[in-house]
Design a protein around this ligand. Structure first.
Ligand code: MG
Length: 347
């Protein structure tokens, strides 16, 4: 098996504004694992708050030697070896994990949702994220979100109600709210959630700072809407800690290190009787298609990362009737739009 990789920079359709930061590009590293006549694709996406960059991912991937493995079906051994190369580096690890899954699926000639035993069409509706912005831009973004049946809104500043009112003046679609740890006061957070419930809101993601565990547990207890941990849950080890603190967890391949760990987190959360949502970073159709394999098994999907960029080199996951559905193709279901892309320059 041979691993190669390619750094790339995604251009965002809109400057992406969260409670704490703002940006217009996202660095990614695309990976390729070749074995006999098969090629598997993967991706690491590195939004700044994850602490990884082109440099750290390239450094990590340069240490990965897959030539020592003769059989790609030794998935567990291979991924355990990769995991032990260095701590953290979850996006870099996901890039190997996804490419290996894509490769295996292609060898078996099955999509991963099939291998895992899920019915593709059971995927929930996907949300489409609208960042914090001016009234004019918000109106325009809501129009762009026409094909999507749920709008996700980033809150956590002092104008939260204004933003929701603007959205409500344009559309009555249900909304999902991501506060990105922006609310520091328990009572205000609860009041806000009650108000949001009246505005047809489905759930609230990471309302309070992840360190405020006791306040968060109390908030979930009192909240009329489900609460989801995002920043508070990275990988497998964190799931148990969220029990009793949040209603559910947001699984993202870049946080947890890939498809294998994501599948395991889903099982743990279900064993704890918790809800599960599936998220993504701004990333290409490659990583989003990989995540979409798990979508039929979750309660909420937030798989819009590929829709927020202008230079996606892959074709894959499609939005059909408001659902982000994996293609009925082997592996993770992606193809390069341009076969020359891999050897060309980073445009
Ligand atoms: Mg989030």
């Amino acid at each position: 098996m041979q691993l190669t990789f390619k750094p790339y920079t995604l251009n965002l359709k809109h400057q992406f504004t969260l409670a704490q930061s703002s940006r217009s590009t996202t660095p990614v590293v695309l990976t390729k694992i070749e074995y006999e006549n098969y090629v598997g694709y993967g991706e690491a996406s590195m939004p700044p708050y994850l602490g990884e960059s082109h440099e750290t991912v390239i450094k990590f991937l340069s240490k990965v030697n897959l030539k020592q493995f003769k059989d790609p079906f030794q998935l567990s051994d291979i991924l355990e070896y990769v995991d032990k190369i260095a701590p953290k580096n979850t996006a870099a690890k996901a890039a190997v994990d996804i490419a290996l899954h894509d490769l295996l699926g292609k060898i078996m000639n099955k999509a991963w949702y099939q291998i895992w035993g899920f019915a593709r069409e059971k995927a929930p509706l996907t949300t489409y994220t609208i960042g914090i912005d001016s009234e004019e831009v918000i109106r325009q973004k809501v129009k762009e979100a026409e094909p999507y049946k749920i709008i996700k809104v980033k809150l956590g500043r002092d104008n939260d109600k204004e933003i929701i009112k603007i959205i409500r003046s344009v559309t009555d679609k249900p909304i999902a709210v991501d506060v990105n740890q922006g609310w520091k006061d328990w009572q205000k957070a609860l009041d806000m959630i009650y108000w949001l419930e009246e505005q047809n809101t489905l759930f609230v993601e990471q309302p309070m700072p992840k360190e405020m565990i006791d306040d968060m547990a109390l908030l979930t207890d009192e909240s009329p809407l489900p609460t989801f941990a995002d920043e508070a849950v990275q990988g497998i080890d964190d799931v148990l800690k969220t029990r009793g603190v949040y209603s559910g967890i947001n699984i993202k391949l870049m946080k947890c290190g890939g498809m294998r760990n994501a599948r395991e987190m889903l099982s743990i959360a279900r064993a704890l009787n918790m809800q599960v949502m599936l998220g993504c970073m701004t990333e290409t159709s490659c990583a989003v298609s990989a995540a979409a394999q798990l979508a039929p098994a979750v309660d909420f999907a937030d798989l819009d990362g590929n829709l927020l960029i202008t230079n996606d080199p892959f074709a894959g996951v499609q939005v059909i009737n408001g659902k982000a559905l994996a293609l009925k193709q082997a592996g993770i279901g992606v193809e390069l739009k341009d076969n020359e892309f891999w050897d060309g320059s980073n445009k």
